[in-house]
Design a protein around this ligand. Structure first.
Ligand code: SAM
Ligand code: ZN
Length: 189
C-alpha cells in the first residue's frame, strides 16, 4: 500500500438509500384541462425547484413498448410512455399515478429530471395555485416518420410562442448524442 492510499474501509462502495416514490402530492390535483383531457393543477403555491411528483408506471423495455403501442391502429398521438433510460420505458398506462396527466407546454413551468432511471417532475419557476402544470415533452421522432403521423402531435398549449408540436425540435436520427440509441414510437424523454 502506498503512503497516500486511503484505508480500505473508505474505498468500499457506499450503498445509497434510494428515495421513496413520490406517488401523490398535496400540491397538485388532476382535473379537466382545456389543453387536452385531464391536466394537473397546482392547489397550493409551489416554489421553483420543488420536486413535485414522480412519473410512475410499469417499467418495460423499449421493444416491449414497441410491441404494445406500435400496432395501436388509429393512432391519435396519445401516449403514456416515458423514456427513463436506454433500457427502460415507463408505461404510465399501467399502474400510473397523476403525473401521467401532466400535459405538454411550450412555455413550461416544470421539467422532468431523470435520476437512476427514475423520472421526477420539478418546478422550474414559482407556480401559483390554479396554474396548470406543464413540461416540454420533447417527443422522439425520426426524419423518416410519416408527416401525417407527425401531425398527430400538434400542440394546443396556447402559449404565445407555442412551437406547434409536442415533438422534439430535432429528429432522433440527427442527434449526435443519441446516435446509437434505437428508439421508435413517440415517447417523452
Ligand atoms: C401523458 S398524456 C397527458 C394527459 C392527457 N391530457 C390525458 O387526459 O390523458 C399525453 C397526451 O395528452 C395529449 N396532450 C398533452 N399535451 C398536449 C398539448 N399541449 N397539445 C395537445 N395534446 C396534448 C396528447 O394526446 C398526449 O399524447
Ligand atoms: Zn405549444
Amino acid at each position: 500500500m502506498s503512503k497516500n492510499s486511503p484505508p480500505k474501509k473508505a474505498r468500499r462502495k457506499v450503498r445509497r438509500k434510494s428515495q421513496p416514490a413520490i406517488v401523490t402530492s398535496p400540491l397538485v390535483e388532476a382535473r379537466n384541462s382545456p389543453i387536452h383531457g385531464k391536466g394537473v393543477y397546482a392547489v397550493a403555491s409551489i416554489k421553483k425547484g420543488t420536486r413535485i411528483i414522480e412519473y410512475l408506471g410499469e417499467r418495460i423495455s423499449h421493444s416491449e413498448a414497441d410491441d404494445r403501442y406500435e400496432v395501436k391502429g388509429e393512432d391519435d398521438g396519445h401516449t403514456f410512455l416515458f423514456i427513463a433510460s436506454n433500457r427502460t420505458v415507463i408505461d404510465a398506462g399501467v399502474n400510473g399515478n397523476d403525473a401521467r396527466f401532466i400535459n405538454h407546454h411550450c412555455n413550461p413551468n416544470c421539467e422532468t429530471v431523470i435520476e437512476n432511471s427514475r423520472v421526477f417532475i420539478d418546478a422550474i419557476r414559482n407556480i401559483k395555485p390554479g396554474e396548470e402544470l406543464g413540461y416540454d415533452y420533447q417527443l422522439t421522432w425520426e426524419s423518416t416518420d410519416d408527416p401525417e403521423e407527425l401531425a398527430l402531435y400538434a400542440c394546443r398549449c396556447g402559449a404565445k410562442k407555442c412551437r406547434g408540436t409536442m415533438l422534439d425540435r430535432e429528429p432522433l436520427d440527427k442527434k449526435k448524442q443519441t446516435k446509437n440509441k434505437k428508439a421508435s414510437g413517440k415517447r417523452k424523454r
